[in-house]
Each structure stands twice: as C-alpha cells, then as structure tokens.
Design a protein around this ligand. Structure first.
Ligand code: C5P
Length: 210
C-alpha cells in the first residue's frame, strides 16, 4: 500500500503523514528532508543555493547525516531546498531513492507513506491513495509562527508569510514536477480543521483502501 501526500509548505502534511504511518504501521518518508539536505549541504559549504553544479553534486552523493541536523528545519534551509528543488538534475538524482522506498519499505513494513510536492504526480503516480493537503497562506504562516515560538525561536509573522508565499510561487511555478494535485487526489483543506479532524478523514480513506 502506497500513500502519497502532497501539498504546499506548512499545510500539515508531515504531521498527518507521520500519524497515518504510526496508525497503520507503515514506513514514512519525508521527501522534503532530502531536498533540505541538499540545500543545507550547500549552505554549510558557503555555496549559494543557485549553484547548479554544486547542488547536482550534493544530490548525487547525499550526506544522510544531514537528515538529523537541527539546521535541517530552519527557514533558510527550506528556502534553499526550494531553490535546488527547481533543478531537474537534482530531482532526477533523488528520484530512485524515493521510488525504491515506496516499493520496498524498510523493515518489511506493509506500506509506505511519502509526503512532498510531486509524490502523487511523479514519484508514485500509481499510489493506492493520494491526498492533497492545503490551507490558506495566512493560516500556514500562523501555524509556522506558533511552531517556531514553541521552539523558542524568534519569528516575525510578515516575514514568515512572505517566505511561505515565495516558496508556493517557486514550487508551483517550476517546469519540472511543479506542485499541483494529481487528478485522482482527494483534496483536504485544513484551514478550518484541526489535526484530529484531518487525521480522521484521511484514516477513513486508508481504511477504505485496505
Ligand atoms: O516539505 P518541505 O518544506 O520540507 O520541503 C522543502 C522544499 O523541498 C519545498 O519547498 C520544495 O521546493 C521541495 N520539495 C520538492 N518535492 C518534494 C518535497 C519537497 O520539490 N517531493
């Protein structure tokens, strides 16, 4: 069973995907973390995230230790990730790993949940269930602000909103694997739903497929 969860930044995909994986004992892959690791690798070397040759090299030999680096979650890393994610060679280098995870989930798990931007359209077009999770840019920025405040990180709503909008534009506007719902995806707008309500709806779809 393969479950594809796509949507824009800070829509709540990760929380939902993790919860579904836990509930059904499926393996979980946060594919955004792969792009973040490429972006972070460049930032750490002092290389601009617009440097295609460096991004290509970093994605070809991905340093998996970066997946546990606390800086992976920083706003600057998210922004660098969305710049390297627009490069076709970077996407191609990360594709096999994602496909293989979906088809052969680790530890013999009976299914895999992948979240990202192009899982239902490119990575797993034959997924058993596709969800597209959205919320308004303002609601997403508000959630991100709260999350950062809870972690004790100083943050400014307007700056976060601008970042969320810039990332939406880059992710939806790129030529290669742009962010968009697959034709057969179920849309979940979480603007007015809390995580429990979103989870119950998603879990009902999964049970239908099992
Ligand atoms: O989901 P997250 O915010 O961690 O993703 C960081 C960036 O990685 C996104 O803004 C997007 O540009 C890119 N990404 C992607 N395809 C995916 C997952 C993430 O292009 N499947």
């Amino acid at each position: 069973m393969i479950i594809a969860i796509d949507g824009p930044a800070a829509a709540g995909k990760g929380t939902l995907a993790r919860r579904i994986a836990k509930e059904f004992d499926f393996a979980y892959l946060d594919t955004g973390a792969l792009y973040r690791a490429v972006g972070l690798s460049l930032l750490k070397q002092g290389i601009a995230p617009t440097d295609e040759a460096a991004a290509e090299a970093a994605s070809a030999a991905l340093d998996m230790a970066l997946m546990d680096d606390p800086a992976l979650r920083a706003e600057a890393t998210g922004s660098a990730a969305s710049q390297v994610a627009a490069m076709p060679k970077v996407r191609a280098n990360l594709l096999d790993f994602q496909k293989n995870f979906a088809l052969n989930p680790p530890d013999g798990a009976p299914g895999a949940v992948l979240d990202g931007r192009d899982i239902g359209t490119v990575v797993c077009p034959d997924a058993d269930l596709k969800l597209f999770v959205t919320a308004s840019a303002e609601v997403r920025a508000e959630r991100r602000l709260k999350e950062m405040q809870e972690r004790g990180i100083a943050a400014d709503f307007d700056a976060i909103l601008a970042d969320v909008k810039a990332r939406d534009e880059r992710d939806m506007g790129r030529k290669d694997a742009p962010l968009k719902p697959a034709e057969d995806a179920h849309l979940l707008d979480t603007s007015n739903l809390d995580i429990d309500a979103v989870f119950l709806r998603a879990a009902a779809f999964v049970k239908e497929r099992l």
